[in-house]
Design a protein around this ligand. Structure first.
Ligand SMILES: Nc1nc2c(ncn2[C@@H]2O[C@H](COP(=O)(O)OP(=O)(O)OP(=O)(O)O)[C@@H](O)[C@H]2O)c(=O)[nH]1
Length: 400
């Protein structure tokens, strides 16, 4: 079977050229870093189309265009591919390093094309530069290989490894093959493998890129749907899910909850407006969150009420922690209208017992304990469980 490499390179260029306007038009629907990286990606496709079209015209146009210019354009396109992907992944783009690889590779290729013509040397240099670009592309994707890693990133990893394999096959043929230094457009197996892959890569890589963006957007949406925008803690929906999960996981008698309510919060709102109240709530959430252990879960149930889920915790430890949170809240000062202000909180604690078949009954007991704390004068911890609260003097301050 005869495979015409010029046609293949033109098909690749055409695919990239048709895909580019679609992606560039789609950037309007994206925002922030995703928009920026998609724009770079679309531009990369145009550059690759141009580069491969010039390569494919080798022999019909001057070498200055088909080697010097084509390789320059392709180097820019590879560097920009790495930059787009790294931007999307939120890792530093390493522009300096990318530019150094691209410029170094291009100068080498130009030298061995114009000054001291040597085709194998050009392939070695191009492969070395590509290896550099690929490392900068593949390195941030390595986490995808871990169990539970991103499947979209795995697709991208596979596409890039395919590109690397095509290039190294091509290189292997030059080093070990018995073909005496074939030109780029001679239909040797190595050239064919590389050209077929290069022709299809724009489509594969763009699908991988869009899958990655889609996966990240979904994760961000899930995070936003579970986060309280004012305090950054979990919202009620997420708290319910976490409570269910903890309830299923924990053995009976080994989980506790704290219901926390700010005392006389209305007076803060009345004096400093809703915005002042909001600042106080956000600061309280930060203060309380800073006192919790790694596995504890803090969320805002609504208004000025927070819930803390304490896995693997009995009532004694829950009461000690509650006392620590109460003291931390009382110590906290927020400057409102130029003056430091503080509030106190009341806390109801409850620990899971054998009668609790779902989180709701446990949370309800903590809620009733909270009202007991409010009725007893506020700024205190209460529980309906048999164990008495630990005296405040025994409790270390948060951070001690
Ligand atoms: N700034 C702000 N205020 C809120 C928010 N949600 C609820 N509130 C206010 O929180 C206050 C709660 O008032 P109350 O339920 O009377 O309770 P309280 O004044 O804290 O008194 P006690 O709980 O009895 O100590 C009301 O003024 C609500 O408007 C919020 O998201 N931001």
């Amino acid at each position: 079977m005869h495979i015409d490499l010029v046609t293949l390179s033109l098909v690749g260029a055409l695919q990239a050229l048709l895909l580019a306007p679609l992606l560039l038009a789609a950037t309007r629907a994206y925002t922030g870093v995703a928009r920026q990286s998609l724009r770079i990606w679309g531009t990369v496709l145009v550059l690759q189309a141009l580069g491969w079209a010039l390569m494919g015209a080798r022999g019909q146009i001057s070498d200055w265009f088909s080697i010097v210019l084509a390789n320059g354009i392709l180097m820019v396109s590879y560097a920009e591919t790495a930059r787009a992907l790294r931007l999307l992944l939120g890792v530093p783009p390493r522009r300096g390093l990318l530019a150094a690889i691209g410029i170094g590779g291009w100068l080498g290729i130009v030298w061995f094309a114009q000054v001291q013509p040597d085709y194998p040397m050009r392939v070695y240099i191009a492969t070395a530069s590509l290896g550099g670009f690929l490392l900068l592309l593949l390195w941030p994707l390595r986490h995808a290989l871990r169990p539970g890693g991103s499947s979209a990133q795995r697709v991208m990893l596979l596409v890039l490894l395919g590109a690397a394999a095509g290039w190294f096959f091509h290189l292997g043929e030059l080093v070990f093959g018995d073909v005496p230094a074939p030109g780029l457009l001679d239909a040797t197996p190595g050239n064919v493998a590389q050209m077929i892959y290069s022709a299809m890569e724009p489509v594969f890589a763009s699908v991988g890129f869009l899958l990655m963006y889609n996966e990240m957007a979904q994760a961000e949406l899930r995070r936003l749907a579970r986060t309280d925008p004012l305090t950054g803690t979990l919202n009620r929906l997420a708290l319910d899910e976490m409570a269910q999960a903890l309830f299923q996981r924990a053995t009976p008698h080994s989980g506790a909850v704290l219901m926390i309510d700010v005392d006389h919060f209305k007076t803060i709102n009345d004096r400093f407006g809703h915005a002042g109240g909001d600042r106080m709530l956000a600061a309280l959430a930060r203060g309380i969150g800073g006192c919790l252990r790694k596995d504890d879960v803090l969320g805002r149930v609504g208004g000025e009420e927070f819930l803390v889920l304490l896995p693997d915790t009995g009532i004694d430890d829950a009461l000690v922690l509650a006392e620590r949170l109460r003291m931390a809240a009382a110590r906290l000062q927020v400057v409102l209208d130029g003056e430091p202000q503080s509030v106190t909180v009341s806390i109801g604690a409850a620990a899971r017992d054998a009668t609790d078949t779902e989180p709701a009954t446990l949370i309800h007991r903590a809620d009733r304990a909270l009202y007991a704390a409010k009725n007893a004068g506020r700024n205190r911890v209460a529980t309906l469980e048999a164990t008495p609260p630990a005296p405040a003097r025994d409790v270390a301050e948060c951070g001690d």
